[in-house]
Design a protein around this ligand. Structure first.
Ligand code: ADP
Ligand code: MG
Length: 610
């Protein structure tokens, strides 16, 4: 939590002025009982109406000054707290964006959302409350006690006894309830979690007719949370009766002692009233202080959770290569520095020996293996692949065979565990990420579009794309026709996540988005799965016909989508089962034959082949 406070440093002035004005307000509040005492002892005792009116004026003045101070203090406190939260949210968002896929996998989307939203809000209100109350409440408690002593030492001794007693009750209850509140919070998180899962998966739940079970599970968790909250509520509810018993007992003693001392002429009646006032001020502030501490504990807990996200650093460092380095050719010495383990592998030595040769290839996999964090075995291993510029590579294999894993290594979404991936002859780890990804147009397996118009979505590929360029990309992606039919055409609104589009329409738009930037390398990760065969074929045809046709990677489960590729990589459970052209593979790759003949009968196969 402490490390987060540096984001408050732009608000130093506010963080000092806020509490200061609160103290001013508190000081004026402490004067009020004294004025009351004067009204009673001087004004009422002597029947001096003028004096009473004058003192009432003083009371109003104190109230107005207090109000002004209070508003000023709230203003500064709010400004500092909100500004701090905005800064923190900004930095956290930037930090999350800097993380690589590996860390994002580990944290999880819903956690990141909670950290960004409710956790930051909690910290914000914590900061706000601290600035407002942290000095004020103790100040009033002790101030009131000191004032009581100035009025009458003997009567003030009651304060010395009652304040610790009140503190024990208030803070005791707080100590009991804070851990319970934490449990309530985790119960709430749980209910939130199943609510989210249920609402996003509502179609599946209905399809499997699980509504009843889900409602029951929800009811159970919800009831658990309710019971816990009731229990905490009951304990917290003890606060008022207990403190009131104590305060009233103290008042009893105070009035009793006060009466005797007034009788003896040691103090005046008004001063007894002032003492009573101070006592109730103390009670109120102690309760506020307890609430403050609860808020602060929550805020600190949330702050620590946010901090733990900051402590996760990206395992992927940006390469140091600049554009001018590119002309100088590969710089193997530099790359060695970036290696975390520093061991030169056999393949390294071999590849490092002839960088000139690698330059000829658009993409080159050099004995690549890759394992996900916490995933045990390698997801893919020993991939060797050399792809010339303009070639088309097909990647085929069953689900989970590692197709997405392989192609995600090209834009360096993940780092390889062994070996190296080269793009235009350069290790991807030597590129600046932005430069590398500028070269690559990737269409992820899951089509993701953002809320906004079609044009806005297309401009993700290239910020200054003209309508002409966009239409060209839409043409190639076979999306032009349905876009033209939409109301507003390029200005047609896409809802969040592309809810208002069909699966195939979404896929075609994501392909067009990748094409808008005219990438050197185009990667289609099962991106045509929702298209019919004819559209799929037309799409592949128009990509081949493009000016400066990119190097294309087509991942697919359909043999028909890839059989014309220059090379086909066949994956089986993370291993290379075959690499070659359709004809070669049909001849000597068992896995490929299996896939192929499950989709084409032998005669049909002959037809396509010929
Ligand atoms: P494909 O695209 O061929 O269906 P993937 O490349 O997505 O297969 O997955 C290959 C293997 O890697 C699978 O066993 C899968 O469980 C695992 N895997 C994929 N993504 C992750 C991830 N983010 N974290 C951990 N394991 C993963
Ligand atoms: Mg996949």
């Amino acid at each position: 939590m402490r490390k987060l406070l540096i984001y408050l440093k732009d608000y130093k002035k506010e963080s000092i002025l806020g509490p200061l004005f609160k103290l001013l307000e508190a000081s004026f509040e402490l004067f009020v009982p004294l004025v009351m005492a004067a009204i009673i002892d001087v004004g009422i005792a002597n029947g001096d109406k003028n004096y009473i009116l004058k003192m009432c004026g003083v009371l109003i003045l104190l109230a107005v000054i207090g109000l002004v101070c209070s508003i000023t203090a709230q203003f500064f406190a709010a400004k500092a707290a909100v500004g701090f939260a905005a800064k923190l949210r900004h930095v956290l968002f930037a930090h999350i964006q800097s993380l690589s896929y590996t860390e994002m996998d580990a944290i999880g989307t819903s956690t990141m959302i909670t950290r960004m939203t409710s956790d930051i809000n909690q910290v914000q209100s914590g900061v706000n409350m601290v600035l407002r109350l942290f000095l004020r409440s103790p100040f009033i408690v002790f101030g009131a006690m000191v004032m009581a002593f100035t009025i009458d030492v003997k009567a003030a001794l009651i304060f010395v006894v009652i304040i610790p007693l009140l503190a024990i009750v208030v803070f005791g209850i707080m100590l009991i309830t804070i851990p319970l509140f934490k449990k309530v919070q985790s119960g709430l998180d749980e209910v939130l979690g199943i609510t989210r899962e249920n609402l996003t998966g509502s179609r599946v739940i209905r399809a499997f007719h699980k509504e009843k079970e889900e409602i029951e599970t929800f009811h159970e968790k919800n009831q658990l949370l309710t019971n816990l909250q009731l229990y905490v509520g009951k304990i917290s509810a003890l606060m008022n009766p207990l403190t009131y018993i104590l305060i009233n007992a103290a008042l009893l003693v105070l009035i009793w002692v006060g009466a005797i001392r007034v009788d003896n002429g040691a103090i005046l009646q008004g001063e007894v009233v002032a003492l009573v006032n101070y006592m109730s001020q103390i009670l109120i502030e102690l309760v506020k202080l307890a609430n403050l501490i609860i808020t602060v504990t929550k805020a600190v807990a949330c702050g620590n959770r946010i901090e733990s996200v900051f402590e996760i650093h990206s395992s992927m460092s940006d390469g140091h290569r600049t554009k001018s380095d590119a002309h100088a050719g590969g710089n193997p010495a530099k790359r060695q520095d970036l290696r975390s383990d520093g061991h030169r592998t056999k393949s390294d030595a071999h590849a490092g020996g002839n960088p000139a040769k690698r330059q000829d290839y658009a993409v080159c996999f050099d004995n690549v293996s890759m394992g996900y964090q916490g995933g045990g075995e390698y997801a893919v291993s020993n991939i060797n692949l050399k792809v010339k510029r303009g070639e088309t590579v097909g990647v085929i294999g069953g689900t989970g065979s590692g197709k997405s894993t392989v192609i995600n290594l090209i834009p360096r979404f993940y780092d390889v565990s062994e070996g190296a991936v080269y793009v235009s002859g350069e290790d991807v780890r030597d590129y600046k990420l932005s430069e590398l990804r500028d070269k690559i147009g990737i269409v992820p397996q899951k089509a993701v579009l953002f809320a906004g118009t079609i044009r806005e979505n297309m401009k993700w590929g290239k910020a200054d794309a003209t309508d002409e360029e966009i239409n060209e990309a839409l043409d190639i992606a076979q999306a032009r026709e349905f876009v033209e039919q939409k109301e507003g055409k390029l200005d047609a609104e896409i809802e969040q996540g592309g809810r208002n589009l069909s699966g195939g329409q979404k896929q075609r738009l994501t392909i067009a988005r990748a094409l808008v930037k005219k990438p050197e390398i185009l990667i289609l990760d099962d991106s045509a799965s929702a298209l019919d065969y004819a559209t799929d074929a037309a799409l592949r045809h128009s990509i081949r016909e493009m000016k400066n046709a990119p190097t294309v990677f087509i991942v697919s489960q359909r043999a028909a989508s890839i059989l014309h590729a220059d090379q086909i990589l066949v994956l089986d459970d993370g291993d290379v089962a075959g690499l070659g052209t359709h004809a070669e593979l049909l001849e000597n790759c068992e896995v490929y034959q299996e896939i192929y003949y499950s989709q084409f009968s032998k005669e049909e196969g002959e037809e396509v082949h010929s």
